[in-house]
Design a protein around this ligand. Sequence first.
Ligand code: 13P
Length: 248
Amino acid sequence: MRKTLIAGNWKLNGSISSITELVRGVSSGLQSLNCEMAVCAPYPYLQMVSEQLESSRLKVAAQDVSEHDSGAFTGEVSAEMLLDFGCSYALVGHSERRSYHSESDEQIAEKFNRLKLAGIVPILCVGETLAERDEGITQAVVSQQVLAVIEKFGISALSDSVIAYEPVWAIGTGRTATPEQAQEVHSDIRTLLASFDENIAAKTQILYGGSMNPGNASSLLAMPDIDGGLIGGASLKADDFLAIGQAA
Ligand code: 13P
């Protein structure tokens, strides 16, 4: 049985005071939830959030990681550093990194592997653009993004990992995939994993991301292959984030 994971991705938002308030708000409502919850904080706030969440069920996560472990890579943050700051999860391959920073599948696979080596659970983000959906190549695009990791590091790399399906056209647009559209892609991803290893396929949490909010979370999370959510905008308000956790 897969546990539901609700992860908030704060992106480039927050300050010491707003994050302190947000963490306090979310922490105060956690008792009644029985899903796993995590927040992906901007790097400079990881330590503060870790300290604020010490012994809380809310897990700390990062939004990215370097594909290198150390050396002359100005501005990069390694998986070992994230571990030092108490990160349990980190995103890799978010579509904003793929498009604004030209991250390749190969680079994302390397980042994924760095996290695994450090003992941090990677959340591999995949998803098609609107043009790709209109062209009818959603399944091919998403499969290739998952296969990039499997081909480089084997299917075992996917054990104890999380995949987040985030259709690019639904991110921050207020336009959500219908539960059926999302379920279809989630099921395709699970079938792809099962073609390598049925046990890993059955265990892997596949999250949906893209304008998930308290109003649409229940219907999305009711689908058999949707095991949680990766939430952008709605994770910046404690009440909305908790309401999504409640829906789970
Ligand atoms: P929104 O929930 O704001 O659409 O963002 C989704 C996302 O990109 C989470 O990583």
